[in-house]
Design a binder for this molecule. Structure first.
Ligand SMILES: *Cc1c(COP(=O)(O)O)cnc(C)c1O
Length: 230
């Protein structure tokens, strides 16, 4: 637990350093703590030192944690693969969904968002490397998908998310993130008001911040390595 808090301080410092180094506004990069597979006690200890946004990938595990932390004001982000039969629970329990890649899913989330809650914040996941196995829409299909999602009533399209192929090379990392930044810019030129680039993880957060990330999603560098999920 103590280790998690030390790592948290280190990540906060890495963010501050990268903001300075790449000329970003101080405080313009938000940290999303990716707590998948980690116990609720870890979430509580980070919450107690000021971390309020947590990302989860697995719906059932997430819902158990959300119930345990109810009433505390945690902001929950769903970042895992989406399926139609899960949208109802996601719409009821989360503030953000980063992994929308089909209109059908966005429509269901909009229809199923409880009316007493504010609009659900949405990012469209883009598959930059266009690997068959990965989730995400293509850059070609993005403008039409974004236009359609932007019209839905109970969701708010906030921006784009991507998980690029792993690379140790910073210029390669930056080249991917730049594509996402430019994709967002061209949607903004079409009249959409997007303010979010969800990009950067433990191994490439500096490159992401250099290219304009507004939310970095950090798991391993905060909580340590994850156990394999069986
Ligand atoms: C697990 C996960 C992360 C965190 O990755 P780390 O490399 O552990 O920081 C970020 N984004 C998504 C979508 C994830 O599934």
């Amino acid at each position: 637990m103590k280790q998690t808090i030390e790592r948290y301080e280190q990540i906060k410092q890495r963010i501050i350093d990268a903001e300075k180094r790449f000329g970003r506004e101080p405080g313009s990069v938000q940290l999303l703590a990716v707590s998948k597979t980690k116990p609720v006690t870890e979430i509580e200890s980070l919450y107690s030192v000021g971390q309020h946004a947590f990302g989860e990938n697995y719906l059932q595990e997430a819902c158990e944690k959300i119930e345990e932390m109810a009433g505390k004001g945690v902001e929950w982000h769903f970042i895992g693969p989406l399926q139609s039969n899960k949208t109802k629970q996601i719409a009821a329990n989360f503030s953000w969904v980063h992994s929308v890649d089909r209109l059908k899913l966005a429509q269901r989330l909009s229809e199923q968002r409880p009316i007493e809650l504010p609009a659900l914040n949405i990012c469209i996941q883009v598959n930059l490397s266009e690997e068959e196995s990965k989730s995400g829409t293509t850059l070609q299909a993005l403008p039409e998908l974004a236009k359609a999602i932007d019209l839905l009533p109970n969701v708010q399209l906030r921006g784009l998310m991507a998980i690029p192929q792993v690379s140790q090379d910073m210029s390669e990392q930056r080249a991917c993130f730049k594509m996402l930044r430019e994709a967002k810019q061209s949607l903004c030129k079409m009249g959409m008001e997007l303010d979010t680039l969800s990009m950067g993880m433990s191994g490439d957060l500096e490159a992401a911040i250099a290219e304009g990330s507004t939310i970095i999603r950090v798991g391993t560098a905060l909580f340590g390595a994850r156990e394999q999920r069986s």
